[in-house]
Design a protein around this ligand. Structure first.
Ligand code: HEM
Length: 503
């Protein structure tokens, strides 16, 4: 078990999606004057939201701020601020190379309409030094909250501060009851709990070092962390675990993956509406579309998991919606929640990998030890998701028929944000080896039906298989999610930001 987390040091967004703050904006910025930008960072530091509010109950300080601000930097941003080369080369290689790197883009499926050259931000050659995320609001979003955020951004991004906004990305105020993404499925359900703050007896607990630098990860190691030579301002940073003459710049920080994913909602519902006709046991009428769409996701639109409720949506019990394993509920082979569905391939839990139906691997589903080992393996590839939707819903009631027939073509999607301590083993592995991979878990031409159909890498594929007896298959699943922009950022600790401001 990990030791406790330094909550005063860890920026708030890492440990909370700020569900209590329904309004959010992300300001992407460029540093134009380094000296002024450092002074700005110094002044910004006391206004940032850190995680210490989580230590206490709601009735006692420190409270969650009215405006929650968090900041993260790109590799170019940290270079511009003057981090020494020895520190810069201590960041993980994907962060150094950037999300728009051509080889990376190929592996992540960012081709065609999603190619980095077409991105509206984060495209190759465009300056991008950081992101300031601002969250506000109490119960419901009202215009006053947007005004507050607008004023806050104007105050920070003025010429005196040496930083200018490149673009400001809005989100759709989170409806705290529905919590739906644009296809109409409840989102924000499954997220791991960190061992350093989990209450005794919690489930789905993952080592803190899977997400935060400076703590042990699932292998019992400390994640690689950028260091700076001791002396001067660096001495306020924690001492490096391995070299006493170095200070740990990365400790209590995390890598942030930010991808703006446009969703083609009508196309999604038009496809499932037409394709269900080819699936013999799909329920008749509109229910059939919902059934097939749920197979794609692995949950019903109300969020209840297919593995527990295979025939129809279950009652919404938010505490229980994430409490399940596949084998534990007799679903080792995908008869309830298809092996290729979005949630099963982004977190296979106790699925036997690499091939669930291999008799040597599948063992007996009752065997707790086998399930625990598989779970441990899956947990080496977890993500801490913090995204929010943007754009107006096609239909505020998320009715599949209305979404299918609507002519509203305005842009909408998901600002996908997630934290991890190892970009290679976590985000990139999940996106490339699991979501993007048509041969995931013994499938043959089935990429993730939400994210990854019809990509060139590793080969163009667009089938989806519903396991069971008989096996059913739909073909030619269209691309319904496209990348519009993105970047890798690093979200430093309080001490890290102070160091940057004093460089
Ligand atoms: C527009 C794009 C996306 C949509 C519409 C979408 C939708 C969903 C939905 C409806 C769920 C189930 C509810 C929940 O557990 O919160 C989910 C879960 C999840 N998604 Fe996505 N998602 C998208 C992009 C991504 C991306 C890019 C990744 C990572 C590469 C990802 C990884 C995950 C993970 C890890 C889970 C939780 C699985 C579990 O632990 O059960 N998603 N997503």
């Amino acid at each position: 078990m990990n030791h406790k987390l330094d909550l005063e040091e860890i920026q708030g967004l890492i440990l909370s999606g700020y569900g209590e703050r329904p309004v959010a904006r992300y300001a992407l910025f460029e540093i134009v004057d380094v000296a002024r930008a450092r002074a700005w960072l110094k002044a910004l530091l006391p206004k940032l939201q850190f995680s210490n509010y989580r230590k206490t109950g709601r009735g006692a300080p420190p409270y969650l701020n009215k405006l929650c601000l968090n900041i993260a930097f790109s590799y170019d941003g940290l270079t511009k601020l003057g981090l020494p080369q020895v520190t810069l080369s201590g960041f993980s290689p994907p962060f150094q190379e950037g999300l728009a790197d051509p080889n990376r883009a190929r592996r992540l499926g960012d081709d065609g309409e999603s190619a980095p050259e077409r991105w509206t931000w984060g495209a190759p050659g465009q300056p991008l030094h950081g992101v300031l995320a601002v969250f506000a609001g109490e119960e419901d979003a009202d215009p006053e909250e947007w005004r507050l955020i607008g004023e806050c951004l104007d105050e920070h991004f003025c010429p005196d501060n040496g930083v200018r906004t490149l673009s400001v990305l809005d989100t759709m105020p989170a409806d705290r009851k529905l919590r739906k993404e644009h296809f109409g499925f409840r989102d924000g359900i499954a997220n791991p709990r960190l061992s350093g703050i989990a209450r005794p007896g919690s489930d789905d607990v993952v080592e803190s070092g899977e997400f935060i630098l400076g703590y042990k990860n699932g292998y019992g190691h400390y994640p690689l962390s950028p260091e700076v030579p001791a002396g001067g301002a660096a001495d306020a940073l924690p001492v490096s675990l391995e070299r006493a003459e170095r200070r740990d710049f990365g400790k209590n920080g995390s890598y942030l993956v930010f991808r703006q994913l446009q969703q083609h909602v009508q196309k999604f519902w038009q496809y499932v509406h037409a394709a269900k006709a080819g699936v013999p046991d799909a329920p008749p009428g509109p229910l059939g579309s919902e059934w097939l769409a749920a197979k794609f996701v692995g949950r019903w639109p109300n969020g209840t998991p297919l593995t527990r409720y295979p025939g129809e949506p279950g009652p919404e019990k938010h505490d229980e919606d994430n409490r399940f394993l596949f084998g534990q509920h007799g679903d080792s082979f995908g008869a309830r929640c298809p092996i290729g569905s979005h949630i099963r391939r982004t977190n296979p839990r106790d699925t036997a990998l690499p091939i669930p139906h291999d008799p040597e691997l599948s063992g007996t589903p009752e065997d707790h030890k086998v399930r625990e080992t598989r779970l441990k393996l899956s947990n080496l590839h977890r993500l801490l998701r913090r995204g929010r939707s943007y754009g107006e819903p096609v239909d505020p009631s998320y009715d599949p028929e209305r979404m299918r027939t609507s002519e509203d073509q305005s842009e909408r999607g998901l600002h996908f944000l997630c934290f991890n301590a190892n970009l290679n083993r976590q985000f990139e592995f999940v996106q490339s080896n699991w979501s993007q991979n048509p041969t995931f878990a013994g499938l043959s031409s089935d990429p993730d039906p939400l994210l990854s159909t019809k990509r060139q890498f590793p080969f163009d594929a667009s089938d989806f298989t519903i396991q069971g007896c008989p096996v059913r298959r739909v073909h030619d699943v269209p691309r319904v999610v496209e990348v519009r922009g993105g970047a890798y950022f690093f979200m430093p600790s309080r001490a890290g930001i102070k160091y940057l401001s004093e460089l």
